[in-house]
Design a binder for this molecule. Structure first.
Ligand SMILES: Nc1ncnc2c1ncn2[C@@H]1O[C@H](COP(=O)(O)OP(=O)(O)OP(=O)(O)O)[C@@H](O)[C@H]1O
Ligand SMILES: [Mg+2]
Length: 391
């Protein structure tokens, strides 16, 4: 049996995944290890990344490698915890589906915990809902009904929004001719230009390894552009793709207090944050943030950032819907949209969530180039998702 953990960073003992996989394979296959590793590397299409150091890989790239490693011992049972987390639509999800099919044909038993389960409905024999410690068998048609209901809520939310967007022309961020590469590697970003105004929502959609997280690090000031200029005209808050990095205190309560004090926002900051968190199910504020699940931490960091930044601020959200159910994603997006004065840049590797921001300016980031996406191409969530639901 093999368990593929949700967090890809916990999977490797050696800095370079290929070395790690080879020594792992040697335990099972001795001299034939190399051949076996070559096979799984090919299957997952990771030839060009498996030789690099773990810390230089993007989230989705690393996620792919963890799946490859799990296949090495040829297990009879495979348990995947959120395998689609961070995988992009085109290569990532499709690749995982192809692997599932291969494993299925080989007669393997597969257990999957997944929030983006719509993509997998056609592959599974049975579905269960795990809620408050109880596992309940659910019918696929009930799931379909639930998802349809949630889409209806998206549409209603969008209609309510039409009157509530700000139209400020105050610039909060400006990127001029930004180029970036890590050391002597290839260019990751090529000649990016972007202006963000107060109250703007900018969605940047791109495949794994496209440079989305790199771009946010540059905007946040964690990395400097190799060429070009970045001008920030307001406070910026950055929630990294690994959201645990955002939280530093030993309890949620302290986290809120620190943020409220540092940001010098409104007097009722603490009570507003607690109330908001309460609505999202955080009822024990004495809990250690590190003990929360991935989705809980991501939502916590996102909610705290939006509620403790001043109206003219900018927040940078790297994959904010990771670990959220469809309903939780909808609720989180609704809350983000309520803060109309705060500018937001949201990066996503899946188009599942783009339509949660119908007023957003949507860009694709691909081969280092940022290009605007036409409204009709960007907002295909409902249609694409509906297509996934069996009739
Ligand atoms: N510290 C680093 N050193 C060298 N290369 C890096 C480093 N960090 C990232 N890269 C490479 O830069 C490219 C862009 O990575 P980035 O993490 O920005 O992608 P991404 O679009 O966020 O991908 P994902 O959707 O998988 O999160 C990738 O090819 C990645 O392997
Ligand atoms: Mg990323």
């Amino acid at each position: 049996m093999q368990v593929v953990n949700q967090d890809p960073y916990t999977h490797f003992l050696e800095p370079v995944p290929l070395d790690d996989m080879l020594s792992y394979a040697e335990r099972f296959y001795g001299n034939e290890a190399e051949e076996i590793v070559e096979k799984v590397v090919k299957l997952l299409d990771i030839e060009d990344i498996v030789n690099r150091s773990v810390i230089t890989l993007s989230g989705g790239q690393l996620k792919r490698i963890t799946i490859a490693k799990a296949l090495i011992p040829n297990p009879t049972i495979l348990i995947f915890d959120e395998p689609l987390m961070w995988l992009d639509d085109v290569n990532g999800v499709e690749m995982f589906k192809a692997i599932l099919k291969t494993l299925n044909d080989m007669g393997k038993t597969i257990i999957i915990m997944e929030h983006r389960f719509l993509h997998l409905l056609n592959f599974v024999n049975s579905m269960y809902k795990l809620m408050q410690g109880t596992l309940v068998k659910v019918d696929k048609s009930d799931v379909t009904k639930l998802v349809r209901q949630s889409f209806r809520r998206v549409v209603e939310g969008i209609q309510a929004l039409k009157t509530s967007q700000s139209n400020s022309y105050r610039e909060v961020l400006r990127l001029d001719n930004v180029w970036f590469k890590y050391g002597k590697e290839q260019w990751v970003l090529r000649d990016l230009n972007l202006k963000v105004y107060q109250g703007d929502t900018v969605v940047i959609y791109g495949p794994n390894g496209a440079g989305k997280s790199t771009l946010l690090r540059i905007i946040a000031g964690v990395l400097k552009p190799t060429k070009g200029s970045v001008k920030r005209f307001s406070k910026v808050m950055y929630i990294p793709q690994i959201p645990y990095l955002f939280l530093t205190e030993e309890s949620i309560k302290k986290e809120i207090k620190e943020l409220c004090n540092n940001r010098k926002v409104r007097e009722d900051c603490f009570s507003r944050c607690s109330e908001l968190l309460n609505r999202f199910g955080y009822d024990d504020l004495d809990r250690l943030p590190l003990h929360l699940s991935w989705g809980q931490v991501t939502r916590l960091a996102t909610l705290l950032s939006i509620n403790t930044i001043n109206g003219d601020g900018l927040i940078l959200l790297d994959e904010p819907f990771t670990g959220s159910t469809y309903l939780e994603a909808i609720a989180l997006a609704e809350t983000l949209r309520m803060f109309t004065e705060v500018a937001k840049i949201i990066v996503l590797s899946s188009r599942d969530y783009i339509s949660l921001f119908p007023k957003a300016r949507v860009y694709t980031l691909s081969n280092g180039v940022l290009s605007p996406l036409a409204y009709r191409d960007a907002h295909m969530f409902d249609k694409a998702a509906y297509r996934l639901i069996p009739p």
